[in-house]
Design a binder for this molecule. Structure first.
Ligand code: G4P
Length: 530
């Protein structure tokens, strides 16, 4: 064990997930404000600038004013070193959004109090559940009229299938938002709309037992309603159990208003107490302990062409154990070579900082001359092991790709294979043919445009995309299945991936159920393995 256990143990690495517009960016800004990373929220990640500043590398992002990639932010608060993995906040998110969750030890789910659980949250949540990572819920926008609190909790439990445990409880909402009741301390923290961009709050803390004082602050009616609700809550909700939280079975719930900066610090304080230090990771040698083991990391994302002139790529790695020292050589396990990682950097919102060291829990980006693939392991030269692969997430949009100029076959295949290797798209073939018919699958439709743009600009190949009607893909888990004997529905299509694994495409969920019913023992999976 190195003498850097303290450095590792003070790290907290989490991803923020939400449906667009729930307030993820605003909440992140407020976190940074408390961390003292910046003085004024908005100066680093002000919406208009952030979307260009974070990843200004691709024309398509500029044209559309959206960020295709995600970034990592680091700040300190109360002795903790916190890494926030931000995920693209627009509708057309990509597989990268999912992969980012593979690098986090916990997730913060932001929900709009007037909307409840929305589509994108549901999708991202599934990945968190698959990994059994702790999930913390921040119900935002309490300064606007909100849904009934019990209904909001019910919605989370029913929609996402996770038990909820409110850490605090809102008193009113919208114009009548009075504050929150903190269950552990049995205190009411009154709402104060702080000036935008400052952390100076005017909120006061009043013990629930001080009835008169409280009634004067929040009014008799709200006090009486709160008293009833607390009684109901204490009787009905799941009791707080840290082990259940850490196993991802119970989500602590917080209420607040990121915009007016209320409830954010309360959240941060509780969250940091409940969340874990960097977690051990599963590898082919067993669980790798972040503190006991020397440096190791895995690649979870590859970002291409940040500098078009050099056609370079950046491989993003999550450090899983030990300390990374820029002067030491490391082994790239899958590439079979010992090397020095070049230009290791921390990707901040609007700047890149060259690093000399980093610790388990941190995310680094390293220059990639085209040797890394998603899921690759890097460790000390004297070691040889591999982390569990990152699953392939089910694409939801499919298109047949054809090159316009058939003479450019070689560039076309090379380009599309490279882009697939980076993980931006997945490629499939018709079940009974070879590479002449390529089917592309993507998680977000924007990736189709990215593919077209990149093939034209980097490989000089023009393509035509013909959209296919399928929305669901399933990997076949049974190794011994006879595909010719499989009885599917009329809309089902058999395809294969580049490793010849058979897959099924469906237009709707109903057909999936029918196919499973008609073929005894057939096991279909939503996730593939790299
Ligand atoms: P996102 O990253 O999840 O997509 O959401 P973002 O933080 O960008 O917030 C979306 C909109 O919701 C923004 O307004 C933001 O100001 C607003 N918002 C965020 N938190 C709260 C909150 O607690 N209360 C209220 N009332 N609004 C909130 P916008 O008008 O779309 O953008 P902007 O012009 O204000 O930047």
């Amino acid at each position: 064990m190195g003498n850097y256990a303290d450095e590792i143990n003070r790290r907290r690495t989490f991803a923020i997930i939400s449906h667009p517009d729930a307030g993820k960016t605003t909440l992140t800004e407020k976190f940074l404000l408390y961390g003292g990373a910046i003085n004024l929220a908005g100066s680093v990640k002000g919406k208009a600038t952030a979307r260009h500043a974070v990843s200004d590398w691709m024309q398509i992002e500029k044209e559309r004013g959206i960020s295709v990639t995600s970034s990592v932010l680091q700040f300190s608060y109360d002795g903790f070193c916190i890494n926030i993995l931000d995920t693209p906040g627009h509708q057309d998110f990509s597989e990268d959004t999912y992969r980012t969750l593979m690098a986090a030890d916990s997730a913060v789910m932001v929900i709009d109090a007037s909307k409840g659980v929305e589509a994108q949250t549901r999708k991202l949540f599934k990945v968190c559940v698959m990994r059994h990572i702790p999930i913390f819920t921040f119900i935002n926008k309490m300064d606007r009229d909100a849904n009934d609190t019990f209904e909001l909790l019910d919605d989370i439990e029913k929609e996402l299938g996770i038990a909820t445990c409110p850490v605090n409880w809102p008193i009113g909402s919208g114009k009548n938002f009075k504050g929150v009741y903190e269950r552990e301390s049995r205190c009411v923290i009154t709402y104060a709309d702080t000036e935008k961009g400052t952390k100076e709050g005017h909120a006061t803390r009043i013990p629930f037992a001080e009835t008169e004082n409280l009634a004067a602050q929040i009014g008799e009616d709200f006090l009486s309603q709160l008293t009833d609700e607390i009684e109901l809550l204490d009787g009905a909700s799941a009791s707080f159990d840290l082990e259940q939280v850490r196993a991802g079975n119970l989500t602590p719930v917080f209420f607040g208003s990121a915009l007016t900066n209320f409830g954010v610090e309360i959240f941060l304080q509780h969250f940091l107490k409940m969340t874990t230090t960097p977690l051990p990771r599963r590898a082919d040698i067993g669980l790798v302990d972040p503190v006991e083991h020397d440096f190791s990391a895995f690649v979870f994302k590859i970002q291409a062409n940040m500098n078009k002139a050099h056609r370079d790529r950046i491989a993003f790695m999550r450090i899983c154990s030990g300390r990374f020292d820029v002067n030491e050589e490391v082994r790239h396990v899958q590439g079979g070579r010992v090397m020095r990682l070049s230009q290791p950097q921390q990707i901040m919102a609007d700047e890149r900082k060259i690093l000399s060291e980093a610790y388990a829990g941190d995310i680094i980006g390293v220059f990639d001359p085209g040797i890394f693939s998603i899921g690759d392991t890097v460790c000390m030269p004297g070691e040889q092991f591999a982390y569990e692969g990152i699953p392939t997430f089910a694409p939801e949009h499919f298109a047949r790709v054809r090159q316009v100029d058939t003479m450019k076959r070689k560039q076309f295949v090379k380009g599309i294979m490279q882009i697939a290797q980076e993980g931006a798209i997945q490629i499939f073939q018709e079940f009974n043919t070879g590479m002449e018919e390529i089917i592309v699958g993507v998680v977000g439709v924007l990736q189709f445009d990215v593919l077209k743009y990149r093939l034209e600009n980097e490989y000089n190949v023009e393509i035509k995309l013909e959209n296919l009607p399928y929305e669901y893909i399933r990997w076949i888990e049974n190794k011994d299945i006879d595909l010719d004997k499989l009885t599917g529905t009329s809309d089902m299509k058999k395809i294969k991936d580049l490793k010849n694994n058979p897959l099924l495409l469906f237009i709707n969920q109903w057909s999936i159920g029918m196919t499973v019913d008609r073929n005894e023992g057939l096991i279909l999976s939503e996730f593939g393995r790299t």
